[in-house]
Design a protein around this ligand. Structure first.
Ligand SMILES: [Zn+2]
Ligand SMILES: [Zn+2]
Length: 251
């Protein structure tokens, strides 16, 4: 459990954050510059950076890597062909870079929860831009370990899932729990990540998902190992699962 105590800075700066949010409601969520009256959420430069992170909208439906417009990536692309995820399809807003990455960092590490509004809208756009092979009954999210959630005060994936549910007028449900602390995965290979998250999730008590079609939300995927492990628990319980994330990292 090393690193857990260091990772918890709950409470510090909470008040400062609340104050700066009220004083600076009209700043760019990417770079923090003051916004012009006609700008919304992001400044012109950050919108441009965001478009760059989103790309032309062609990406692998398994790992989220950008692919050429004429590539048949239904069964994965060059990056993920040996990866058999437990989810059926993946939607993503863009690559983890520029203002998109900055908004996620603000949400996760600086607790600027208002970032979830714009990110939720972008996620809606990504979800609606995909031809899904199922009609979802329910939106849920990849849970955090309770300690990490307590430290942060919220789970960013849950905020995004709830926002998406509200925007789509769709039911949301807390389905999974994290039963085990997992070490940060930053320096692990795909195989090591898979090992690292094995058995990390379980169905919450009393939850039944047989025959449900579930859209599982997370903020960032790298190899997809965590999302796949979480999806696998739902699938074993009889559900069909697809995944939607804000950003794909490491590409
Ligand atoms: Zn900006
Ligand atoms: Zn791929």
């Amino acid at each position: 459990m090393s690193g857990i105590a260091d990772s918890c800075r709950r409470g510090l700066g909470e008040l400062g954050r609340a104050v700066s949010d009220t004083l600076l409601p009209r700043s760019c969520q990417g770079c923090g510059e003051v916004l012009e009256a006609n700008e919304r959420g992001l400044c012109v430069l950050c919108w441009r950076g965001l478009r760059d992170a989103i790309g032309d909208g062609e990406y692998c439906p398994r790992c989220g890597s950008a692919v050429g417009a004429f590539t048949q990536a239904k069964d994965g692309c060059n990056r993920c062909r040996d990866f058999k995820p437990s989810y059926e399809q993946l939607a993503r807003v863009g690559l983890y870079r520029g203002p998109l990455a900055e908004m996620i960092r603000k949400l996760k590490f600086r607790r600027e929860t208002h970032s979830a509004r714009l990110l939720g809208e972008l996620l809606l756009g990504a979800v609606e831009g995909v031809q899904w092979e199922m009609k979802f009954d329910l939106i849920s999210w990849v849970p955090l370990h309770w300690w990490r959630r307590w430290c942060r005060g919220f789970n960013q994936a849950e905020l995004l899932g709830r926002r998406l549910g509200a925007l789509r007028g769709q039911r949301v449900g807390r389905l999974l729990r994290r039963v085990r602390w997992t070490a940060p995965q930053t320096h692990l290979s795909r195989q090591e990540r898979r090992e690292n998250v094995r058995g990390a999730f379980a169905l919450r008590r009393g939850v039944a998902v047989a025959d449900k079609k579930i859209l599982l939300i997370d903020d960032v995927v790298t190899t997809g190992a965590t999302a796949s492990e979480a999806a696998g628990v739902l699938r074993k319980a009889g559900a069909r699962v697809a995944v939607a994330v804000v950003a794909v990292a490491g590409r």
